[in-house]
Every structure is written in C-alpha cells, then in structure tokens.
Design a protein around this ligand. Structure first.
Ligand SMILES: Nc1nc2c(ncn2[C@@H]2O[C@H](COP(=O)(O)OP(=O)(O)OP(=O)(O)O)[C@@H](O)[C@H]2O)c(=O)[nH]1
Ligand SMILES: [Mg+2]
Length: 443
C-alpha cells in the first residue's frame, strides 16, 4: 500500500505550491477532463518506483483565524492521525512564529514521522535560515523552495526512504469488483453499507497484514459478488460488521486506490460540496470507475430535486461519463439500479478492446473528421491498441501526434466510448509517435 503524505502548516506557507509540485505528473492518466477542478487538495505522485498519495490540509474545512490550533479542523486532525508521513511546512521569510510552535506541539503526538520543511529559501543560505527551526525539536529541517523546486526531491526521498516500492495496479480478483463507497460525513455511507450487507447476512473477511486495519467485506446480490472496500466506517461486531459514519480523507483516498469502482455518495440535503468535487476529481485522476449516488432523495420536494440536479450537472460536469442515481439508502430505494451501474462501470473498466476493432473505429473517426493541420504537418493516425485496463487506455500510433489538440483527443475518446459502450469509467487516449524522419530531420 502506498504511503499517504499529509502537508500541514499555517496559512500561506506554501502548502498548495508544494502540493502542486509533488503531484505534477507528466504521464497523468486522465487528468485533462474539462472542468476538473484546478484547485486540488488530494493527489498522487511518484519518485522513481515509489508512488505516494498527498493531502493538502489547507483544503480541509476552513480554519479560524484566531486560535489556529484549538480550532484546527477536525478533518485535519484526523488526517494527521492517519498519515503515514507528515510534512510540516514553515516559512523562512517569516521565521519561526508562535503558530508554528503550537502546530509542532500537536505534531509531536502524531504516530507518523514528521519532516520539517523550511520553505521559500531560494537565494538564501540554508544553514542560516533553518537554524532557528531546530528548536522545534522535530529533527533537522529541510531547506526547500516549493515554487522554484529546490530541495523538494531531497525532501521527498527522505520522506519515502522508509517505504517500499509498490505495485501501481488496482486490485483484480477475477471478476469480483472491489467497490468503495465514499462521501462526506453524514452522506449516508454507513446506511448504504448496512443496506447492502444487511440483506446478505454478510460473508465477511478482513485481511490483516495487508494494510493496517483495512477491512474488506464480500457480499453478493443474486449471482453477483462484490468486495466492499472500507472507508473507515466498518467495525467488526462479533461475527458481523457494522458501519458507523465517520469521515477520513486519508482512508477515503486509500480506499479509492484499492477499488475498481467508486460509489460517490452525495447528500441531497447538503447539495454538492467542494469536497465532493475534490474527491470525484481524485477518482478521475486515479482512473477508477465511478457511479454517483445522490442519497436521501425521498425527503425532497420537486423544487429541491431540480436544484440538486442542476448542482450535480454544474459541479460534477467533468463526470459526464458517469451514471447518476437518486436513491434512498435508508429505504433501500434505487439500490438495485445503483448496483447495475456498478456492474456496468466495472465491465467498462475491464473491457477488452481488440486491436482490429479499435483501429477500425479510429480510422472511421478520422475519415469523418480529420485532425487539424498543425504547422507543416498534419497528424497521421495509423492504428490503435489497448494499453491498459481500469481505466482502459487506448494507445494511438502514427506520426506528428504531438500536434493533436486536446479537443480532437476528446472527440476520439467520445467515439471510442460510444463504439465500445464504455460508460462509468474514465478512458485515457494516448498518442505514440513513431519515428518521423521528416520532422526529426528538421533542425
Ligand atoms: N518566494 C517563495 N514564495 C513561495 C514559495 N512557495 C510558495 N510561495 C508563495 O507563498 C504564497 C502562499 O503559497 P500557497 O501555496 O498558496 O500557501 P498555502 O500554505 O497553500 O496557503 P493556505 O492554503 O492559505 O494555507 C504564494 O504567494 C506563493 O506563491 C517559495 O518557495 N518561495
Ligand atoms: Mg493552500
């Protein structure tokens, strides 16, 4: 299991800047969905063969200006408690502040190792600017510049030194979808879990040793089997499990990592929050299949329902490929349809796309609408093959493909989706240019 790094520090020290640097990835899977929020707080990165997750706590619940620590958001405290490593950011230009001292005090009780990073040190003498921060008692400070990228790699390598290299693949247990139910506190995750498990008398197993207190529960509906991946709500109670509502960003991200399909549960009464959108963005970034379930639908009048539907369309517009279900977890309404969409999304995520058919679909699409000319050359798309599953990756081969605009790629994506009936999963379309002697010959 990949480690989760949690970035903490008072406002304005550079957490978001560091976050962006840690999660900037040249081969992001499907990160270009239009409308995907730019302002991200949950991300994924890797250094060498060590992948990691990152949480920017600056994005969790607002922190009151006064008494920062006393009021440090509950979600931030939970993230600190559940982190695998903590990066505590301070500001070299401001120097050591009383707020820094209080945060350091709280971090000393954390289970995970803390790495103290002194930011904004570009053009400064590292030993001099970091000197005063030794007294925080959190070990030797790392001098970095998040905005200039200085010292960041060294910091991350130190943070990851204690963690093994791990495999990136989502779980694949022969045809049994791993499903994570995620959503904000009180969205009704536990009710949904209880509804799903309750009718089944729970054939449950946990896998001690694989991850710390990770719980996975198998259940079935008709002849379909599923594995429910815990997001911190499941508790063993004798021979059965019960679900309690709890929210943890870290566990949510880890559950998404271990799932093939994610059910994003929204609370119809609360509407679509920024945090819902951030979680959805992370699901897409990680390429997992997704089904949206809007819960507590029973209690709403027509006007309120319209309002929620508009919100879903506006704030989750980047999930245009995902099914949306309006359900009542409590009454068990809409659950059968929801599971059908989970099945559909799983099938799409795992679909086998044969090269001859992919290529035919590609060439038909090009014939209907050729890619625009760019400079001297017109991109030439020759054939396509499947480069991966969950999410499906379509690799297109040809020449001058660096010049294919994003809009055209989305056109192809839509064409493949339609041709292969791929609903509920992100789909990555990548271009691979063969050697082009004409282009390479030009200086
Ligand atoms: N000189 C310098 N400025 C930086 C560096 N990193 C961040 N900044 C600047 O510091 C300011 C705050 O950066 P953010 O990344 O937004 O800080 P933050 O910790 O996310 O702030 P909150 O989310 O409000 O808590 C911005 O103006 C950044 O451009 C750095 O390495 N050097
Ligand atoms: Mg920030």
């Amino acid at each position: 299991m990949k480690p989760t790094l949690v970035l903490v520090g008072r406002p304005n020290v550079g957490k978001s800047t560091l976050f962006n640097r840690l999660t900037r990835s040249r081969d992001a899977l499907v990160a270009d969905a239009p409308g995907l929020t730019r302002d991200r707080h949950y991300g994924h990165g890797r250094v060498g063969d060590k992948p990691y997750l990152v949480v920017d706590t600056g994005g969790l619940e607002p922190v009151a200006k006064e008494g920062i620590l006393e009021r440090m958001a509950q979600q931030t405290l939970t993230a600190i408690a559940e982190a695998d490593a903590i990066v505590f950011l301070v500001d070299a230009r401001e120097g050591l502040t009383p707020q820094d001292r209080r945060i350091a005090e709280a971090l000393r009780r954390a289970r995970a190792p803390v790495f103290l990073a002194v930011n904004k040190t570009e053009g400064m003498d590292a030993p001099v600017v970091t000197a005063e921060f030794h007294e925080l008692g959190l070990g030797a400070p790392y001098a970095i510049s998040a905005s200039h990228g200085e010292g960041v790699r060294g910091l991350v390598e130190a943070v990851l030194a204690g963690f093994p290299a791990v495999d990136e693949e989502p779980p694949a247990r022969a045809g049994v979808p791993h499903v994570a139910i995620v959503g904000r506190p009180n969205a009704g995750k536990s009710t949904l879990v209880n509804t799903l498990l309750g009718e089944d008398r729970v054939v449950a197993f946990d896998e001690p040793g694989t991850t710390r207190d990770a719980i996975e529960v198998e259940f079935s509906r008709g002849d379909r089997r599923y594995v429910l991946v815990d997001t911190a709500g499941l508790r063993r109670k004798g021979r059965v499990f019960e679900a309690v509502e709890k929210f943890s960003v870290v566990k949510t991200l880890q559950a998404i990592e271990r799932a093939n399909v994610v059910v994003l549960l929204l609370d119809a009464h609360a509407g679509v929050s920024d945090q819902d959108a951030h979680i959805a963005g992370f699901v897409v970034e990680r390429g997992r299949a997704i089904v949206v379930a809007v819960n507590k639908w029973d209690g709403l009048d027509g006007h309120a329902r319209d309002h929620v539907k508009r919100q879903v369309a506006r704030k989750l517009g980047f999930l245009s490929f995902a099914r949306v279900h309006y359900v009542s977890a409590l009454a068990g309404e809409g659950i059968a349809g929801l599971l059908r969409s989970v099945d559909e999304a799983y099938r799409a995520a795992m679909a086998k796309l044969p090269t001859p058919r992919l290529t035919r679909v590609l060439l038909d699409a090009v014939a209907r609408q050729p890619p625009p000319r760019a400079g001297y050359s017109r991109p030439k798309l020759r054939y396509a093959h499947q480069g991966g599953s969950n999410p499906p990756v379509v690799v297109i081969h040809g020449t001058a493909l660096d010049n294919v605009p994003d809009g055209y790629r989305r056109y192809l994506e839509g064409t493949f989706r339609e041709a292969f009936g791929l609903f509920g999963t992100p789909l990555a379309v990548r271009f691979r240019t063969g050697r082009n002697p004409y282009v390479e010959g030009r200086v």
